[in-house]
Design a protein. Structure first.
Length: 144
């Protein structure tokens, strides 16, 4: 189950486009910003659509998995494909500062792939839009 992870971590020193992986570029910039704003109240918001959402989920998870846990990290993802398996989702739940809200259109097929048949599952809380209705999965709490 390394499909999305491979996209996130791949680099090619000889390429004009991918000398550094998405992961390396992202982590370098986040470290720079965290240091720059170390005295401020911080949060990180990630977003993306389709393929970009899988990178947003992996980036957020990578941050908390590697020790950035002192402030909220939220991924608002639109039409996100299934990124990991049940074990991945259970690991995500170990980090209370990392939340994923998956906004998806009921007729969009991308969130159904790569497929539960391959062991993939959805991550985070689903907000499903079916014009003119909106349905929210379990785990969503109204603001207080």
């Amino acid at each position: 189950m390394k499909g999305w992870l491979t996209i996130y971590t791949s680099d090619d020193p000889n390429s004009p486009f991918t000398k550094l992986s998405s992961r390396t570029q992202f982590q370098n910039k986040i470290k720079e910003l965290v240091n720059q704003y170390k005295d401020d109240k911080r949060s990180i918001i990630l977003t993306g659509h389709s393929l970009g959402t899988s990178l947003a989920v992996l980036s957020g998870f990578d941050l908390v998995e590697n020790g950035i846990t002192g402030f909220p990290i939220t991924a608002f993802v639109f039409g996100c494909p299934q990124v990991g398996n049940k074990a991945f989702n259970e690991r995500i739940k170990q980090f209370p500062n990392f939340k994923i809200l998956h906004i998806k259109n009921k007729i969009d097929l991308i969130p159904l792939y790569p497929s539960g048949l391959l062991g993939y599952v959805n991550s985070g809380i689903d907000l499903e839009i079916e014009y003119p209705k909106i349905a929210v999965s379990e785990g969503f709490e109204e603001p207080k």
